[in-house]
Design a protein around this ligand. Sequence first.
Ligand code: GCV
Length: 694
Amino acid sequence: MKTKLFTILLVFLSFFSKADDGYRLWLKYDPIKEQSIRQEYLGYFKGIDLQTNPTPVLKTALEELGVGLNGLLGITQLPKNTQGLHIKIDPNLALESYGITEKSGQITLVGGSDKGILYAVFGLLRELQQKHSLKNIAKTEIPKISYRMLNHWDNMNGTIERGYAGASLWKWFELPETIDSRYTDYARANASIGINAVAINNVNASARLLTKEYLVKVKVLADIFRKYGIKLFLSVNFASPKLLGKLKTSDPLDPQVQAWWKAKTKEVYEYIPDFGGFLVKANSEGEPGPQEYGRSHADGANMLAGAIEPYQGIVIWRAFVYSPNPKGDRFKEAYNEFKPLDGTFNKNVIVQVKNGPIDFQSREPFHPLFGAMPQTPLSLEFQITQEYLGFTTNVFYQSILYKECLDSDTYAKGKGSTVAKVIDGSLGTNPKLSMMAGVANTGSDRNWTGHLLSQANWYAFGRLAWNHELTSETIAEEWTRMTFQTDASTLQTIQSILLKSRDTYVKFTTPLGLHHIMGHNLHFGPEPWLEKSARPDWTSLYYHRADSIGIGFNRTKTGSQALELYKPEVQNKWNKPKTCDLDYLLWFHHVSWNEKLSTGKTLWEELCHRYYSGVKEVETFQTEWQKCEGKINQTLFEDVKGRLAAQHRESLNWRDACVLYFQTFSKQALPSPLVKPKRSLEEMKELVEIYQLK
Ligand code: GCV
């Protein structure tokens, strides 16, 4: 019976489109041409020995196995056969973990649950797609983080905040009657990299999704995601009791407010019995929150946690808060607010902290809260979408940035207390509540992410959330091999562009630790001269502090003292301009233009050199990419080629705007052999204005 079902599915799924327009992501499954590896694989898949009862997730796993084997090896059916591929559940294993072994020509997939089997199938297909021999394979995989989550910043009107790959995937007006097949394709892509949680709407949250009218629509998505082992979460508006319940207050200590949330939570679970929980942005950037009633973040979070606890749901409370204090330092705001609350949150609350203290910049020191909240589970939030990282016109392989943060040593419990260990619970907090969240970069564009190479960021996020010990090189290699069917040297070319891309982007935008000098509206373009805004900490001058003496934000003892939020060992790394890693120099020091750096150049010379070499490196990417012509699909080739040309134009804009502007302070010529930009500062200002016109 099971075998018959499986055979039918294989045939049905072979009708999937094979067009190479980026839609298939890393799940292409184009036929393996190499005879020797084909023969090896065909020997393993003569039949299937399914030693477990089908569940919806297991059914998905078998479907996926069918799609993969059909595409890669042309296998259209797997008869029941005790000598075939063995699939079984071992209840002694952790629920989502799995093993893949080969012994005497037999492959066994074992999972801790049906979800484990689903991940085992994707793990197996990943091996096949990379054409690795399975001989003697003995793989055991246990996810290090329990909630591996995407946060969508999708609005109810179909737009996406800081999303650049088209409109929202969720078609609210068509749901629940019309169900786009893309919802399933999205879920399978996530499951293939281990993502098991998704918050579907913007943290600047509309209350609309909590209404009956919308819960029936949300339920459709939850039902699809469930089959792929994914839990659905909602971002909620803290003022919902007032907005929807018509109460006079949303005060978390008010009994009517508490009753309202309890009833609403119960209702949500009636539609979605495995609902994951609430994600909350409160008292931040104008969003409502408990502080309006003189209550703390913990009061707000714990009230929601109480309402959701009976259903095993959780509350994710964001620590992205900062008040507009012209004399203060935004770097310290979240720490000052949350550190005193350590240990006061309910056990089903996790506090979500951005990777750095400011806001998803291209390089930030790790957030000091990671070393300061030993009694609170912390979720690490990255931004996969490229708000500050070059939009869809720049290649920026984010695995490098993610790893830099994950591997940073907080010294919270002595040497080796990396951010990764803080968040995965291995330093002592509740490991069941460990989480890594990424702000999604997906949209309605045919290739999902706008820039084809940005697919690698979605992929890398999932893989690192599963196992933060993977290297950026391994992930880049996996992604490239799975995405492009081509020769080894072309794969190498693409990987090397990816691996250099972060460093290049930093060079031509914010070298030496500059940060937050982007356009007011154009967050991926330059506006270092931005002086006025609704808040001082939304200007560029607040951050770079350039003057006739030098440039950079003094966050040492003699400055804002933000550096003191870190453990002494971390402070020692960064507290002296002479020994501070140059990549972080201007994050912590105001350095004189003529200061000699470890490179032998003065600060001004080094700054100029980095801006110029960043542009040169983009030119190298263009030349390198050209080598891929004829080696990969022409449409994909042309698309990336165009985007690299746009990146080159933008890199020149960044370089000219920043060098000319900072020159008004340094009052020095460009070091030789650099040639002064052809455009004037005034021209650059006009250009930036054009890009920001309504
Ligand atoms: C969702 C940055 C972005 C905002 C975003 C905010 C956040 O400030 O510019 O668009 O709002 O981060 O993370 O809440």
